[in-house]
Design a protein around this ligand. Structure first.
Ligand code: ATP
Length: 358
């Protein structure tokens, strides 16, 4: 298992990039801790696969170094990095049985046959394939083949890291949950450094200790699921995480208050002079609908999504979503909203500003 250092790393697919926009991966400097489970999360095209492929050695970065446990591996081929990889689509040997496929990485390393047999059995149980261990992989469904790929990716305990690139894409929805939970259990048991690429926030938040959020080639935040929810470092994180995402409202920031339209709201901290576009961010979970006092809103639509209702409203011409608990009464008169001050984040030109104790 390894600690992975990404030192002044950046990548462009252009041979001689001349501007920032030509970098698929903008410069980053990180240490990813040994034994942690990371998710790389972001929309399509934001650079997740590029970063994963740099870590695995499939791509040589145009700038910077990759170090495993302090050793520079930037110029090492994937085979020399001692990593396991699971791709979006299954990679299995059709002429081999399921058992032989799972045992392959261990046999290659000439492990003890008893150890191989026990390990293959444990992995087969994890992926729910004990009953078909002696069947040839040919003829199995894509779903089953991908489970073999996952199992083979996890069969070795001595790898530096296990890299997953959207591994559950072809898996049946109800099995997805099961496999993700199994991956978590396995991670707790063996403490592998795991990196899991996905564009699905649920997958990222349920799998990872640390979620690395990428946006337009940049890592905009690295944090626990709770940090991403409570204190998004960038408006993209606020918008991307949560359902619906964080409300972002244009506001003038005046010390401990924010001015929206002709009203002001109390903030949980004090802010100095801010420049650029200033907004406050408040999660729909932390907005309360009242009959007043508060800020006047117009309710446009109410969506009942089972566990709660999403109220789509408008506040001084800006959209505002509110999550109202199932069964909680909605305002009978003129609707207003109030915000929990300590739950308000302040942004200047998309980046979160840390306030000072008020
Ligand atoms: N081989 C390549 N040559 C040129 N440009 C590339 C190449 N691979 C990726 N890109 C570009 O680099 C950027 C990042 O792509 P990347 O595949 O890393 O993103 P991603 O977040 O993994 O997206 P997806 O989820 O769609 O795979 C995109 O603009 C993409 O078009």
């Amino acid at each position: 298992m390894a600690e992975i250092t990404l030192s002044h790393l950046a990548h462009s697919y252009f041979p001689r990039p001349t501007e920032d926009s030509q970098f698929a991966l903008k410069e980053l400097d990180h240490v990813w801790q040994d034994g942690q489970a990371y998710a790389l999360l972001g929309a399509s095209g934001c650079g997740k696969t590029t970063l994963l492929n740099i870590i695995s050695g499939l791509i040589r970065p145009s700038q910077g170094q990759v170090l495993f446990n302090g050793k520079d591996v930037t110029d090492l081929a994937p085979e020399a990095r001692n990593i396991a990889q699971v791709f979006q689509f299954p990679v299995v040997y059709d002429t081999m049985t399921v058992r032989e496929n799972l045992a392959f990485p261990l046999k290659n390393r000439r492990m003890d046959p008893d150890y191989i047999a026990a390990r293959v059995q444990a992995i087969a149980e994890m992926i729910g394939m004990e009953a078909v261990l002696d069947r040839k992989a040919r003829g199995l469904t894509a779903d089953a083949k991908q489970k073999i790929s996952l199992g083979r990716g996890m069969v070795r305990r001595d790898v530096n890291a296990i890299l997953f690139d959207e591994p559950l894409t072809v898996i049946d929805p109800h099995m997805k949950w099961e496999l993700r939970t199994q991956l978590r259990t396995l991670h707790r048991e063996f403490g592998h450094t795991m990196i899991y690429v996905t564009h699905d926030q649920t997958e990222a938040l349920t799998f990872a200790d640390q979620v690395v959020v990428m946006h337009e080639g940049r890592v905009v935040q690295m944090g626990t699921p709770q940090e991403l929810f409570e204190r998004p470092a960038h408006t993209f994180v606020g918008y991307f995480i949560g359902s619906p995402g964080m409300n972002l409202i244009d506001a003038g920031i005046e010390g401990t208050r924010a001015r929206i339209g002709d009203a002001t709201v109390a903030l949980g901290a004090a802010y100095g002079t801010l420049t650029g576009r200033t907004r406050i961010g408040i999660r729909p979970e932390y907005v309360t609908l009242t009959d007043g006092p508060g800020l006047p809103v117009t309710i446009r639509r109410i969506e009942d999504v089972g566990r709660h209702r999403i109220v789509r409203a408008e506040l001084f011409g800006q959209p505002l979503n509110v999550i109202a608990e199932e069964g909680a009464p909605l305002p009978s008169g003129a609707p207003h909203v109030s915000f929990a001050p300590e739950k308000i984040n302040v942004y200047a030109d998309d980046w979160r500003v840390e306030g000072e104790a008020a």
